[in-house]
Structure formats: C-alpha cells, structure tokens
Ligand binder design. Structure first.
Ligand code: TYM
Length: 334
C-alpha cells in the first residue's frame, strides 16, 4: 500500500475556539483524517508568547483538547497531543533559531500587528513565534499544513527555513505546503468585517464561539455590521459584512456564493442574518453535546493526552536527532 502523506497543524489554547478557527482550520482537519496521516497539537507554548493566567491556561488546555475531539478528530486515528509534552519542539526551535535571520522574522505581519498591540515591552517569544511553529511542523516531516489564511506567511517561512537548512547541512526536513479549504480561509469579525475574527478580541460580539448557545449565536448575527444597500451579493471589497455572512453560510451548507445569492434574492438583511445564525447554531448543536461528554471524562482525556505525547515524542525525536547530528551536536550513548 502507498504510504500516506502527513498533515500537521496546531491551535493555541488561548480562548474558546471561534467559528473562524472551525471553518478556517478544524473542519478541514476532520476531513483530512480520511486521506492523510494526521497530527494535531494544542500549542500551549505559543500561547504564552502573550500574557496568560496560569490556572486559566491549564484549564483551557484540557478544554481545547476536548473541543478538538468534539469537532470529530479521532485520537485513535490521528495523533492529538499537547506541545509542551514533547520537549523536542523547544530544542528544535533553538537549533532553527541559529539558522533563521532577524530580517525574516521582522517581516512577519502577525508579529508586526501583535507587537504593536503589546506596546513597549515586546517579548522575545512573540518575535520567535514563527520559528517554534516551524519546529512543530518540521519535526513530523509534514507535507501539508491545514491552516487559515493568516498563517500562510508562517508556513512559507517554515518552508524557507527548512530549505536553507537542507541546502546547508544536508537533507533533513520535508518541505511543507499550506493547505486551505474551498471556503472559510478567512472568516472576519462580525463587528469590523474587514478584520479577522479572533478568539482574543475584546468585543465578544465580534466573534461566535463554538460553545455559544443558540440565542447568543442568533443575537450576534443579528447585530452583525453590514452596509445599507440591502442586496445579498458577494463583494468582499464593497460589501465586506454581507460577504462575510455569505462565506459563513457557505461553510455551513457547502453551497457556493451563486447558489446563496439566488436563495436569498429579494430577502432583507434581517431575515438573512437570522438564517445564517440559525444554520450555524444548528450545525454546532451536536458538537456542543459531544464537548460536554468529553470534558466530563477526564480520565479518557488524560489517557489520550498521554498516549498522544508518547507517540509524538518518539516520532519527533527521530527528526531532532537527525538535525542535531547535521549540526555537529554530540549525542552521548546512555
Ligand atoms: P490559532 O490558534 O490562532 O488558530 C488556529 C487555526 O485557526 C485559523 N484561524 C482562522 N481561519 C479563518 N478565519 C479566521 N478568522 C481564523 N482565525 C484563526 C488559523 O489560521 C489556524 O490555522 N500559529 C498558529 C498555531 C500553530 C500552528 C503550528 C499551526 C502553532 N504551531 C504549526 C500550524 C502548524 C495559531 O496561532 O493558530
């Protein structure tokens, strides 16, 4: 049998996941399980590049793991683990730091945005974030990295880092490609529809969390910012609010934009927002039930986390060891 290709991705446990995370990434992760060997990681070391409250981060790491399983990721089939449980990530990050240029990291748009928001004391970790992400991906020799559009630049940098390492020290890493679904690679804020929907946004009305109840979801969609021309047409440039709602509806229903425009021809914005809200709420209903069940079964989560970490460690160690050898780092036999 032909060897399956490897898909790798990760998510930060930095808040309850939004429908942006879900339609941009998680829904594709679930689908990819049929055709790829998949590894999915809770990136808690990335989460601490911005301030976190320790007890909350601990709790959210469990919740995030349960939420991944609730989306349909099967930990018996895919490897699902917590990043900090595999020390090879931090070590490879250091090795790659020694081959990555300051200029490359300074060009990352996410760093520019986040550092602006962080103000005066910008943390080194925030600057180095893409190198840790490259280490995540390269340790598992991933072929594709299913992400939303905001992570495309980081995956491209990862590829550059890997290519340079291979050229300088000998072939060590597989070169990864970003992977996007047909719709949903950029779900925007419901309040500022030109901006990405984000789980760390201060305005709770700007995002829909996967755990919001039906009334809340519908209320948030009803309040979504739109233009006033009252035609349901996809036009990102001139009608970002309506286009974003069409995109979300497309993710839920798998209909394309033309079909959606036809379906809502002559319908007012109020009714359209209600239809989108209801479709999202219904879509999330089963996921929310499964989430509660998984979260209540802590011993199952512990078992899966342990199993995931053990397997991830042994896979990651093989690549780490190869990279060490290439760089001349000795490994003393124990
Ligand atoms: P994070 O936790 O910000 O987001 C997880 C995934 O969700 C996608 N996403 C979106 N997609 C569409 N529309 C949105 N509004 C939206 N918001 C988030 C993100 O693109 C991402 O795919 N750096 C990563 C985590 C990471 C990682 C990795 C990813 C760490 N190591 C290795 C891939 C490979 C991040 O911050 O994702």
């Amino acid at each position: 049998m032909e060897k399956r290709k490897i898909a790798y991705s990760a998510i930060q446990p930095s808040g309850t996941f939004t429908i942006g995370n879900y339609f941009g990434a998680l829904k594709n992760w679930v689908k990819l399980q049929d055709d790829f060997d998949c590894l999915f990681c809770i990136a808690n070391l990335h989460a601490i590049t911005v301030p976190q409250v320790a007890a909350e981060l601990r709790k959210r790491t469990y919740e995030s793991y349960a939420l991944l399983l609730a989306t349909g990721i099967n930990p018996e089939e895919s490897l699902v683990y917590v990043q900090s449980e595999v020390p090879a990530h931090s070590e490879l990050c250091w090795l790659l730091n020694c081959t990555t240029y300051m200029g490359e990291l300074s060009r990352m748009t996410q760093y520019k945005d986040k550092s602006q928001r962080q103000g005066k004391n910008i943390r080194v970790g925030l600057f180095d974030y893409p190198v840790l992400m490259a280490a995540d991906i390269l340790l598992y020799q991933a072929n594709i990295v299913p992400v939303g559009e905001d992570q495309k630049q980081h995956v491209e940098l990862c590829r550059d880092i890997a290519e340079r390492f291979n050229n300088t020290y000998g072939n060590t890493f597989t070169l990864p490609e970003p992977y996007f679904g047909l719709a949903g690679k950029k779900i925007n804020s419901l309040q500022t529809p030109t901006k990405k929907m984000s789980k760390s946004d201060d305005n709770v009305n700007s995002y829909v969390s996967l755990l919001d109840n039906k009334d809340t979801i519908i209320r948030k969609f009803k309040r979504a910012v739109t233009d006033s021309d009252n035609r349901i047409i996809y036009d990102r440039e001139n009608k970002p609010g309506i286009s974003n709602l069409i995109e979300i509806y497309s993710c839920v229903t798998d209909k394309d934009n033309d079909q959606i425009e036809k379906e809502f021809e002559g319908v007012g914005y109020g009714d359209f927002k209600l239809a989108v809200g209801e479709s999202v709420a219904n879509h999330l209903e089963d996921l929310q039930i499964r989430y509660k069940e998984f979260l209540a079964d802590k011993s199952y989560l512990d078992k899966m986390m342990k199993q995931g970490a053990e397997t991830a460690q042994s896979v990651a160690y093989r690549t780490l060891s190869k990279a060490r050898r290439r760089l001349g780092i000795i490994e003393i036999k124990k």
